[in-house]
Write a protein that binds this ligand. Structure first.
Ligand code: ATP
Ligand code: MG
Length: 407
């Protein structure tokens, strides 16, 4: 090191002289001085140079200049890297301190339930339990993730080392099984616990991420990433990003950007992929780096007919409707039949059935109340009640035949 510094100093002096327009003579004279050490050269080097023809001295100097330059650049880079590492460490520490400061000092670690309550996590989990029918394995997984984050937060409070596992997720399941809805709940949980800034969900498909021509894809993907920063980027049917038949497909570029962000900006963005399980597994087999960056692979099962009826009740409740007792078996028979037909979309099909029921109920009330035999007044109960007559039926589906699939 000392040797290299001395050599650099000598070389810089010489280079300065050259830049100042001094001829090569004084430079050679300098190089030929007997005291190599005074020049910043070791004794052996000065001896070797003294015996060399002029050209050799020039070569050696220019080589040394280059060498010194490379070495200086390396040292600068190392210094910059050290500064950046120091800054990153400071930022991480600052973030940790902020989280710790946000927690009152009343108890050394506190109770798990206190943490869950204070952050509002319990509220979101209860809402998930009440509003979403079935989905036991999914709910359990969400609770597991929430528990891990609570424990992580408590460890932070005690100053223990914590490393958050990957929060990126993959939701597999058929259409209408609740993937987007659960992603939104996850966003709320993560936001309440301070793992993302706003917890909002931006839904993207291939068309939002991949361009039509060269240079179009990167800005599109980056734009969506920017939109989702601080929350969740939910990529529906993510496997369409990869086209196995064409390795020049622009989707590849989008995948590479996503992989990079998932690895290096996981504090700012949680990526969730959604789609059918078999296609997603195939996609992962082509892009193994994607699967390994995802910490939570959650499978959404199809609903049973009884669960679909319960879902219908939840949806009706949210819209301030109720079902007459005799309407329920009709609805159950309808969903059981609809399940056997193509393009069945689980809870979404139920939502469509309810929309149809609302229309029929309105139409029924309209006809009934405009009839001369009626005084035209409608009770609150009538406005809220779905009767058997309002329900779409299995018999109608059968009568529709092939065209039933659009229902
Ligand atoms: N278990 C459930 N309980 C109550 N409502 C549900 C349930 N699952 C889904 N829903 C409702 O069904 C509708 C469709 O759900 P969602 O959009 O989350 O499904 P998805 O899996 O994302 O569908 P897709 O694959 O087509 O995007 C939403 O209105 C949602 O609230
Ligand atoms: Mg969805």
């Amino acid at each position: 090191m000392l040797r290299s510094l001395l050599l650099s100093a000598a070389i810089l002096g010489a280079a300065e002289a050259m830049r100042a327009g001094v001829s090569s003579r004084p430079l050679r004279a300098v190089a030929a001085r007997p005291s190599g050490v005074a020049m910043g050269l070791t004794f052996d080097e000065s001896k070797a140079m003294a015996g060399d023809p002029n050209m050799k001295n020039y070569r050696k100097l220019s080589d040394a200049l280059k060498e010194a330059d490379v070495e200086r650049r390396k040292e600068e880079e190392a210094a910059m890297a050290a500064l950046k590492a120091e800054e990153d460490k400071r930022n991480r520490r600052k973030k940790k301190m902020e989280v710790m400061r946000a927690i009152p000092d009343s108890a050394p670690a506190g109770k798990v339930s206190d943490f869950m309550y204070r952050d509002g996590v319990t509220e979101v989990l209860e809402k998930l339990d009440n509003d979403m029918i079935g989905l036991q394995p999914v709910k359990q997984r969400v609770r597991d993730i929430a528990s891990l984050l609570v424990i992580d937060k408590m460890r932070r409070k005690l100053g223990l080392d914590t490393s958050i596992p990957s929060l990126h997720m993959c939701f597999t399941g058929a259409p209408g099984t609740g993937k987007t809805t659960v992603a939104m709940k996850m966003g709320q949980i993560l936001q309440r616990m301070g793992y993302c800034r706003h917890g909002g969900v931006v839904v993207a498909t291939r068309d939002d991420l991949v361009g039509q021509y060269v240079g179009h894809t990167a800005p599109k993907t980056k734009e969506m990433i920017k939109k989702a920063f601080g929350g969740i980027l939910l990529i529906d049917e993510a496997y369409y990003l990869y086209n196995a038949a064409n390795d020049k497909d622009y989707g590849q570029e989008s995948i590479e950007i996503l992989l990079n962000v998932m690895e290096n900006q996981k504090d700012d963005l949680i990526v969730t992929l959604a789609g059918y399980k078999d296609r997603m597994d195939k996609f992962f087999s082509y892009i193994p780096g994607m699967s390994s960056r995802i910490g939570n692979h959650i499978d959404f099962p199809n609903y049973e007919p009884d669960e679909l009826v319960e879902i219908a009740k939840v949806m009706a409740r949210e819209l301030e409707y109720t079902f007459a007792d005799d309407a329920i078996p009709v609805l159950r028979e309808y969903v059981a039949k609809r399940m056997t037909l193509p393009f069945f979309s689980n809870a979404r099909t139920v939502r469509n059935a309810i929309d149809r029921a609302r229309m029929r109920q309105a139409n029924r009330l309209f006809i009934e109340k405009l009839d001369p035999s009626s005084d035209g007044s409608i009770t609150p109960e009538e406005l809220q009640m779905f009767t058997k007559a309002d329900m779409p039926t299995a018999a109608e589906l059968e009568a529709l035949g092939e065209s039933a699939i659009v229902e």
